[in-house]
Design a protein around this ligand. Structure first.
Ligand code: SF4
Ligand code: NI
Ligand code: NI
Length: 734
């Protein structure tokens, strides 16, 4: 802990130096000489906020300076002896207080050193703005409170060259952070480097040139503490609250560019009191012991092109990318728009090609935030009317991220892609469908824009749970197939999370109203044995979604009194649905498609329909384009009943739901199933066999007709009779 020792030593050094400067000032000026930072009601703000002491004259400096001296650890013992962090923090605080006094004395000695305005006057050679006055504080500080500025990076020292300085600072600008600059390294400063590189500096561009010495870094802390008093209502002198406010609310950190000596070391130690860690580009083993905060205090030897990302990670800063950088307009206003045939440039999925989306958790070091990879030809390479396969693979990393959240993020792809003007998205999982309009192409749409949108919006909407988002878009058949195979395994794992649960096991179901933008009256009630009809949300997923966003589209529903155990109707569910559908739907049954079935929206994976002539039901998946025994194709069925109505005789449901325990159990359950497309039947063969056996019909799978048997009731009835299908002997369906 050599450096920690150095930081303590630095505290002594700085306090002693400032005591000397103070004596000199007293010898030069009278004790009642005015001492102030210009145009502020907060005196010397660090001293005032932490101790309540108001420094207005030279005489007034005596107390805080003595206070700083008193904070220094009584004696510095052997260099490796550091029993606890306290002395180090105190030494750091002593250094910060001394630095603020040093700056106040500078203003006494050189009243024109700082220009005290928003922007530097570079032509006049006056680049250092010094402490912000209260006007700037009110205007800028509020941005830290309302979230338009997520925090600040205090950069001390200088980069190896102007290009690197520019790169680092622009990284922060893109993330809307303020950059507070102070100190020099061997006489060079970041600010002068930026000016040389042609970067515009000043409060307006969020690059603030506080001053050329390490002591000027205290202006950043003073700014933060004034924000706590102005906007956080913290009382001056309540040092615990001030520091806690900063730790919790002001996401700031220090970047040290250049060697950290004792003077920077004490400043870094001081910043730990605020919860602001130091991330350095130099190779110093360890400046401070770790363990007091949830994150490291000091990270050293960080390469310049990683310093922004690393700092944000270490401080746990949640960055929102404010505007979405795509050539088309973007927002909920475009969600409901359609891309019709005449305006279609190209499309993927929709039964024509494979289109799959998958969100997977990644390790922090595995992915790069904001990276978007297009693997294969882009849409610009296509002719009008072309189709192409697409795999959207989103990787997410975050300290708070759990694999349980994957389906929730994945389900957002639907509305987020729809938010892009001129792009239409339907479906989910491995049955997605994306249509790209000619007008979007004219504006310059490329597949990358999908990645840009997902990255930006995931950061914005899920800031609490994720830190990094990387998106890969596959357009080569083999890659899409590979992703699809992986994705199907994932879907299976997710679906089976609720397989052992029964509706009777829980008192709480969950609602999902995510689809109300398309189907305004539609509310899914998701129970353990009835996943959402899109297949993307099961009971566990809804519970996790509620956890992440308690005011979001997934709300707990207390079942309440059971009104019909056979059909699956509860008072609590009815009450909720009535309210959530704004009075349009008064009740529905979870276990019936014949009597008051649940509402259906256009996202459903499958639609079941009654086949009265067979005394049974059929179901058809989105990916089957052909005719069915009910007389309608999937698209027609979806068009008729996908608007959020409850349509007796029909119901939308997920693939997984077919073999769940409560699937239309009030109507006889899976034993009613007389027809399915071959593809769907084969996909869930094992589960049909298992569920059939559970229901006392082990041979059910082979009794269910498909399109190779027929596509009308007349065609399939002889087959059902021959196989002895159980539906034929069940009580009449109507
Ligand atoms: Fe939610 Fe139902 Fe829409 Fe799926 S279909 S997103 S569960 S409302
Ligand atoms: Ni939808
Ligand atoms: Ni929907």
């Amino acid at each position: 802990k050599l450096i920690a020792f150095a930081a303590i030593q630095g505290g002594y050094k700085v306090v002693s130096e400032v005591e000397g400067l103070y004596q000199k000032a007293l010898a030069t000026f009278s004790a009642d000489t005015k001492v102030e930072f210009p145009n502020t009601a907060y005196y010397l703000p660090v001293i005032y906020s932490l101790t309540g002491l108001k420094v207005e004259t030279l005489e007034d400096i005596k107390k805080p300076l003595a206070f700083a001296r008193g904070l220094l650890p009584p004696h510095v013992r052997g260099k490796n002896h550091l029993p606890y962090l306290g002395p180090l923090l105190d030494a750091g605080m002593a250094g910060i207080i001394a630095y603020e006094i040093k700056e106040a004395l500078r203003i006494v000695n050189q009243p024109d050193f700082y220009i005290a305005q928003e922007d530097p006057d570079i032509e006049a050679g006056k680049i250092w703005t010094g402490p912000a006055d209260d006007t700037i504080l009110r205007k800028r500080g509020v941005e830290f409170v309302d979230g338009s500025a997520p925090g600040f990076a205090a950069i001390v020292g200088a980069a190896p060259n102007p290009e690197i300085a520019k790169m680092i600072v622009e990284d922060y600008q893109k993330k809307s952070l303020y950059i507070f600059c102070a100190a020099n390294h061997n006489g060079n400063t970041v600010i002068e480097q930026l000016i040389e590189a042609g970067v515009q500096i000043g409060w307006n561009t969020r690059i603030v040139p506080f001053g050329p010495d390490i002591s000027s870094a205290v202006f950043a802390l003073g700014f933060a503490n004034r924000a706590a008093m102005t906007f956080g209502g913290v009382q001056p002198g309540d040092h615990k609250k001030i520091l806690m406010y900063n730790k919790e609310r002001i996401f700031a950190f220090v970047n040290a560019l250049g060697d950290i000596g004792t003077e920077w070391g004490v400043a870094a130690a001081g910043c730990v009191n605020w919860g602001f860690p130091t991330i350095a580009d130099t190779d110093i083993p360890e400046i401070l012991p770790t363990g007091i905060c949830t994150y490291e205090h000091v990270v050293t030897n960080v390469p310049h092109d990683e310093i922004c990302q690393k700092s944000i990670e270490v401080r746990g800063l949640k960055v929102t990318v404010s505007d979405i950088d795509i050539p088309m307009s973007f927002g909920p206003a475009f969600e409901g728009e359609r891309v019709r045939g005449a305006d279609l440039h190209a499309q993927c999925g929709g039964g024509k090609t494979q289109c799959t989306e998958l969100v997977k958790m990644a390790q922090m070091n595995e992915i790069e935030d904001g990276k978007i990879i297009i693997d294969g030809p882009d849409v610009g390479d296509l002719k009008v009317g072309d189709t192409f396969p697409l795999g959207i693979f989103v990787q997410i990393a975050g300290r708070e991220f759990q694999s349980d959240f994957e389906p929730i993020l994945e389900r957002q792809i639907h509305h987020l892609v729809n938010y892009i003007q001129g792009i239409m998205h339907i479906g989910q999982r491995d049955i997605s469908w994306v249509r790209i309009s000619k007008s979007a192409m004219e504006k310059g749409f490329t597949l990358k824009d999908i990645g840009v949108v997902l990255h930006a919006k995931f950061h914005q909407d899920f800031t609490k749970i994720l830190d990094k988002v990387q998106v890969t878009l596959y357009t080569k058949q083999a890659d899409v197939d590979k992703l699809t195979a992986t994705a199907r395994d994932e879907y299976h794992t997710r679906d089976s999370r609720v397989d052992k649960m029964k509706d009777e096991d829980v008192e709480t179901y969950y609602s999902c109203s995510l689809c109300q933008s398309f189907a305004p009256n539609h509310v899914c009630t998701v129970s353990p044995e009835r996943t959402g009809l899109c297949g993307a949300y099961n009971w566990m997923d809804c519970r996790a979604a509620f956890e992440i966003n308690p005011t979001g589209p997934n709300q707990p529903i207390e079942k309440g009194e059971c009104l019909d155990p056979k059909l699956g109707q509860w008072k609590g569910v009815n009450d909720f649905v009535y309210k959530a559908s704004r009075g349009a739907v008064a009740r529905y049954n979870l276990y019936s498609m014949v009597v008051d079935p649940m509402t259906t929206c256009g996202c459903c994976e499958c639609i079941a329909a009654m086949l009265p002539g067979c005394n049974g039901v059929m179901t058809v998946g989105r990916d089957y384009p052909g005719e069915t025994p009910c007389g309608m194709k999937f698209t027609t069925l979806a068009g008729v009943m996908g608007g959020g109505a409850s349509s007796p005789g029909f119901v939308g449901h997920s693939k997984h739901n077919i073999t769940q325990g409560k699937f239309i159990l009030g109507d006889g359950g899976l034993l009613r199933m007389v027809w399915m497309p071959k593809m769907l039947k084969e996909e869930i063969k094992d589960r049909i066999e298992k569920r059939g056996a559970e229901m006392g019909c082990p041979g059910l799978y082979d009794m269910i007709a498909d399109e190779t048997v027929g596509i009308t009731e007349e065609e399939i009835l002889p087959f059902l009779k021959e196989k002895g299908h159980p539906a034929l002997t069940m009580e009449s369906l109507i």
